[in-house]
Ligand binder design. Structure first.
Ligand code: GLC
Length: 754
């Protein structure tokens, strides 16, 4: 091609730019901040704005298709250095292709970030976060995230949009599967463990990826559990329930924060200065960058907060949202806003500094292709070590909800077992809804797991769960009428010694955009369960679901119930090893199970109210037709072992470190693990405190017949709370202390704190 003068100049400029970057940025004796400022000083305004712009790749869409923009425009912007990050790009080849365009064809060659929703594994999938949270095993959770980072980095990804730390109390919300449940103390510990796993100890390693704590803030309080709905919470709930897991993430050096779709006090989070500048970047001194959620920029128009896309860009940038994901607002309008003086160049420079700093910390300027090793991709994904870790995490996430007359575990010699339920043969639903990085039909199904363990089983579907195949973005069509296969299942159950029923939700009935107004077993499953119960009461119900379900009938009739959630790639093997006793279940739920959807939101750390009742007349806080209590409370979970608590001691001789001791005896003949939980209740305070707050836990192995002592401590960090102006305070007063096997089964004591 004959070079025109302009082209020749452009080529020279690009070459100079690339040489300049390589010389400056390879110097190890120059601080990252110096490199950032040096680079920033070379950038045009368009190039700066480009760093604040993230596009979806061209392989997956994880949100509404943008109202504007198209692949050609995206490629043009890529070549002009007007893109700082992309998401959903799949495979090392595609990552390398985009990175080469940016590094070789743009003036300064600033490498891209490649983001993806690596929520609970990438190729090898782990249990959904709400399941692994039930393990209360922070080391196992960290390891799961580390393996997810290895697999994601092996396919070119250097940024995950996880952990999601949204506290939630409403099982109707589809995204409860993505978080750690209803408690901020446990949610903070779990989020921090995930961040350690993703980011590792050395970001320059090609097995580390940057984490993104989300969704900042309050998304889990969507009214009526309806996704994307209005959030309206009180100040004390914001400071004491919603924000602590985000603060813990910042203290764990999380590199990015994603804001959220919802409003807070009537202001969309994406343009919420209070959240992003006052709290996150101000009070907490967060040094990374904030990315918007998918299109949350342009959605401010629908919220009625931005007049148009240009106004949305002005509001979001000035409020501290550093990078725009898929609303095209920054790339279309920020330059004009700066020219018009509506957005100060300082705002742009601050945002770009934050983004460039992370790219330097990741080592992308030293080697933009550090995540593009095709050999590594082949070696590391679905590696045997990853599979083993996934199986381990799955076993630790299974909750035993009921086990009447020790029906479980089944003897290996058990003959004539019926297995009934469409989900028993499903190789996708166990992977959960956030499985876009993995491959279809890669879960070990329950049927396969039972066959792998050598169980003597016969299968009957009983009924389809859905009527038509579905996908990540389509509504699931549930079978509400077809019972044509009931008869075959009933016939099988009649002649079987024991029946394993696998019932629950389709993998796409929970997750983003997947709210439900009911919490019962979907479709004809409840009818199937009752029909089988009529002919054989020896039923083991295995639940496969992404949220707590209101399974009151089952709890009253079915002798054994196992909550198996969606356990990822090794689902079938984990369930089989539990049903036959190789795995002794130890998990405990981290979100209350309601008796009925009418109780929701229902959670353990509630206030006492002024009328806790019960009173002889009706004037107290209760329902006339339902208990106030959940079906299964926070922290509940059984084991094949039996644990007895005794001898609770509270030693407050050192007021700065109160020592709590309890003895736990395993009175069974089976060694097992117990999660001992420590709760407090400050009886009187300047802001009412919940009747119970988790402030410590210990997971311990206890041999058959053995007694172990558990020691936990309470310091001001655990005893304090946030006042309504956001100050952390510790007040004198009487504290109840409770230690036990669940939030409702505890030994109690108290002490007075001066
Ligand atoms: C989605 C989700 C967010 C995700 C992002 C990118 O809409 O809300 O959690 O990380 O878009 O896929």
């Amino acid at each position: 091609m004959k070079f025109q003068p302009y082209n020749r100049l452009r080529v020279l400029a690009v070459c100079f730019g690339i040489c300049f970057s390589q010389i400056i940025f390879s110097q190890t004796n120059i601080s990252i901040d110096t490199k950032v400022n040096t680079l920033l000083s070379k950038m045009t305004l368009e190039e700066k704005i480009g760093q604040m712009n993230q596009y979806n790749g061209f392989w997956e869409v994880t949100g509404p298709t943008p109202k504007e923009g198209n692949a050609k425009e995206k490629y043009d912007h890529l070549k002009k250095g007007m893109v700082g990050a992309v998401l959903n790009v799949k495979g090392v080849e595609n990552v390398r292709k985009l990175q080469e365009i940016v590094v070789n064809e743009t003036r300064l060659g600033i490498p891209l970030l490649f983001g993806f929703d690596v929520i609970h594994g990438h190729k090898t999938l782990f249990p959904i976060p709400l399941a692994s949270a039930c393990s209360w095993d922070l080391d196992a959770i960290e390891k799961s995230a580390h393996i997810a980072a290895i697999e994601a980095s092996a396919v070119g990804i250097n940024w995950t949009f996880a952990p999601m730390v949204d506290i939630t109390r409403d099982a109707r919300w589809g995204r409860v599967m993505e978080g750690a449940g209803e408690d901020p103390y446990l949610g903070s510990k779990i989020g921090a463990a995930q961040i350690r796993g993703f980011q590792g100890t050395d970001l320059a390693s090609n097995s580390s990826i940057i984490a993104c704590v989300k969704h900042f803030a309050g998304y889990g309080f969507a009214e009526s559990g309806r996704d994307y709905n209005t959030v309206d919470v009180g100040t004390s709930t914001l400071y004491n329930i919603i924000l602590p897991p985000f603060k813990a993430a910042v203290e764990s050096d999380v590199k990015t924060v994603m804001n959220s779709f919802n409003v807070l006090n009537g202001i969309p989070a994406t343009s919420n200065k209070f959240l992003q500048r006052d709290i996150l970047k101000g009070k907490w001194d967060f040094r990374g960058f904030v990315v918007s959620d998918w299109g949350s920029g342009y959605e401010m128009i629908d919220h009625g907060y931005a007049k148009d896309l240009k106004h949305a860009a002005e509001l979001a940038a000035n409020a501290g949202s550093d990078m725009d994901m898929e609303s095209y607002s920054y790339v279309r309008h920020l330059k004009q806003l700066v020219d018009e003086g509506k957005v100060d160049i300082k705002v742009i420079d601050e945002a770009v500094r934050r983004i460039l700093r992370i790219k330097f910390e990741l080592g992308l300027f030293d080697n933009p292709y550090k995540y593009c090793d095709a050999k590594r991709e082949k070696e590391l994904i679905y590696h045997a070590d990853n599979i083993a870790a996934s199986l381990d995490m799955a076993k630790k996430s299974i909750v035993l909800l009921k086990n009447e007359n020790n029906l479980l575990p089944l003897a290996k010699t058990q003959k004539n077992i019926a297995v009934i339920g469409a989900l028993a043969n499903d190789k996708n639903s166990p992977l959960g809804s956030w499985r876009i990085g993995s491959d279809d039909n890669t879960a070990i199904s329950v049927l396969e797991g039972l066959k792998n363990i050598g169980a003597n089983i016969t299968y009957a579907k009983g009924a389809d769960l859905i009527t038509t195949p579905t996908s990540f973005s389509e509504e699931v069509k549930i079978n509400e009428t077809d019972k044509s296969e009931f008869a075959a299942a009933i016939k099988l159950a009649k002649k079987s010694n024991v029946v394993i029923m696998v019932l629950g939700e389709h993998g796409f009935q929970s997750g983003e955009g997947r709210s439900r107004s009911k919490l019962d077993l979907p479709g004809v499953q409840q009818q199937l369960l009752e029909a089988i119960y009529k002919v054989n009461k020896n039923i083991i119900l295995v639940l496969m679901n992404g949220r707590p379900l209101a399974i009151t009938w089952a709890n009253e009739h079915i002798p054994a119930i196992v909550e198996a959630w969606q356990l990822g790639s090794q689902t079938g093997n984990a369930i089989a090893s539990t049903l036959f006793g190789d795995n002794n279940p130890s998990a405990k739920i981290t979100m209350s199970f309601p008796r009925s959807v009418g109780q929701v939101p229902i959670y353990y750390n509630h206030y006492n109210t002024g009328r806790p009742g019960p009173k002889s007349e009706v004037f107290w806080s209760h329902y006339g037709d339902e208990s106030n209590k959940p079906l299964y409370p926070f922290g509940y979970g059984l084991s094949y072992s039996k644990f007895e608590y005794s001898n609770l001691k509270i030693d407050d001789s050192n007021p700065k470190k109160i020592k709590i001791t309890v003895a736990i005896k395993n009175t069974s003949a089976v060694a097992g693990e117990e999660i001992a939980q420590l709760y407090i209740h400050q009886k009187t305070a300047s802001v009412v405190r919940p009747v119970k707050e988790l402030k410590g836990f210990s997971k311990i192995k206890i041999g058959a017949g053995e007694t172990k002592e558990v020691v936990l401590y309470l310091t001001d960090k655990e005893l304090g709370f946030y006042s309504n102006n956001g100050d952390f305070i510790v007040e004198a007063g009487t504290f109840d202390v409770m230690v036990g096997t669940s939030s409702e089964d505890v030994l109690s004591g108290s002490f007075y704190k001066n």
